[in-house]
Ligand binder design. Structure first.
Ligand code: ATP
Ligand code: MG
Length: 393
């Protein structure tokens, strides 16, 4: 008998044609998450089996892997003989304290001589006989004893926890995340990764108007996000010259509109160069002047690439809730200036007009500046294991 962790795939199994690719991607992601731990992994179309002495460490890592439906901790029995299962179960329940239980049996070995119901009944009887003051409760049991009868083997598990669900990161290819250091874009990142999008990130900085601390904050956010996906490549774009040029040349009520159009242009080019199929950002409808539907339309006009806005329809409190759960909130609220906040005009236009935006942009030739900013980008590869932001200060 071996202790092990079993991963159930859940939602993946609805994607019939892609199932092999989905499972392979999940296996790869699990292997990356467990890189520093000793374990052995086997899998088939229905389950992944992880054998290890470090059950808790493994589970801790698996909790951050998308595409896992459930994580079970239990035992693998080397044969599926019902008497053997009964004997093992008898020993196992001795050490567990619970008052109510039920047994649920699944049989993937359909040639097995007795039905699932009969197995549950027999094993339920074994538990009742070997523990005092205990009863079956099929509706709300303290413990569910899961039995799985598979070809030549059987599994018993008492503990079952919900996985992160969603799709394995990577099954949808890559997206380019516009990451600002605020609350919204890390949450957008998490939700996009949950749909299977592997992310690269772009951050626009405007030194000396923005500080190194602001950049370190963004790096910390990427590090936290990389827990859920493995390494993330961060592109840092120096936006100062473009921003100052907009400031000097365009009417101030259009500063943000034009600035965001420039960000979109650069993000799209980076995305195409790096095989990303979409842009991902933290825009939320109505949150600020640049996020009215009219503003979004005028800004979006510069790109043909799909722009995924996972938090578009959430309100701030819902976004904050998620950011707390995924561990980015405390970093997001650190008070470092963002490049947008520095150039925020007193009265940004709420309903910009596309013709005007284009007209103002044509007052200056931005193309060489865009090219220069992209050429001089800094690339930082970030993994979950690097030093923490606090260690860098
Ligand atoms: P966040 O939306 O992340 O909380 P924010 O509210 O300060 O930050 P907004 O001004 O609402 O940012 O910008 C909307 C979106 O535009 C951000 O969610 C982010 O995706 C993108 N963005 C804004 N500023 C930057 C930046 N400096 N670098 C990269 N992307 C940015
Ligand atoms: Mg925002």
């Amino acid at each position: 008998m071996k202790e092990l962790i079993i991963i159930k795939y859940g939602e993946l199994t609805t994607k019939k044609d892609n199932i092999k690719f989905f499972i392979k991607t999940l296996v790869k992601n699990v292997e990356e998450a467990l890189r520093d731990i000793d374990y052995k992994l086997e899998y088939d179309n229905g389950r992944m089996f992880i054998y290890t002495d470090k059950l808790e460490e493994v589970k801790e890592k698996l909790r951050n892997v998308f595409g896992i439906f459930e994580i079970e901790t239990g035992y693998e029995l080397e044969n599926n003989d019902i008497n053997y299962i009964s004997d093992v179960l008898k020993d196992l329940v001795k050490d567990k304290s619970f008052k109510t239980f039920k047994v649920v049996t699944k049989r993937s070995d359909k040639s097995y001589p007795i039905t699932s119901m009969e197995v549950s009944k027999k094993l339920g009887g074994v538990v009742l006989k070997n523990k005092k003051d205990i009863s079956v409760d099929v509706h709300n049991p303290e413990v569910t004893i899961d039995i799985e009868i598979r070809f030549k083997k059987a599994y018993i598990y008492f503990e079952s926890e919900k996985g992160l669900r969603g799709y394995p990161v990577g099954v949808q290819g890559k997206g380019m995340l516009m990451l600002s250091g605020g609350i919204d874009s890390p949450v957008a990142a998490f939700l996009a990764m949950k749909r299977g999008i592997r992310l690269e990130a772009v951050y626009f900085e405007s030194p000396p108007h923005t500080s190194d601390a602001a950049k370190e904050k963004v790096k910390t956010l990427v590090k936290i996000l990389s827990k859920y996906s493995g390494y993330i490549k961060l592109h840092v774009i120096n936006f100062t010259e473009i921003q100052e040029t907009i400031y000097k040349n365009a009417p101030h009520d259009y500063l943000i509109t034009i600035m965001r159009r420039m960000m979109y242009r650069i993000s799209e080019r980076l995305a195409r160069k790096n095989n990303c199929k979409a842009l991902v950002n933290g825009e939320s409808i109505g949150q600020v002047a640049s996020q009215t539907l009219t503003s979004m339309a005028v800004i979006n006009d510069v790109t043909k690439m799909p722009v995924i806005r996972p938090v578009a329809c959430l309100d701030k409190l819902e976004i904050i809730d998620i950011s707390k759960k995924i561990d980015t909130y405390e970093t997001s609220i650190l008070p470092y200036e963002d490049c947008c906040t520095i150039f925020v005009p007193k009265h940004p236009v709420i309903n910009p007009e596309l013709d005007k935006a284009i007209e103002y942009e044509n007052l200056f030739d931005f193309e060489p500046l865009l090219q220069k900013a992209i050429k001089e980008k800094e690339i930082i590869k970030i993994t979950p294991e690097d030093k923490k932001f606090e260690d860098l200060l």
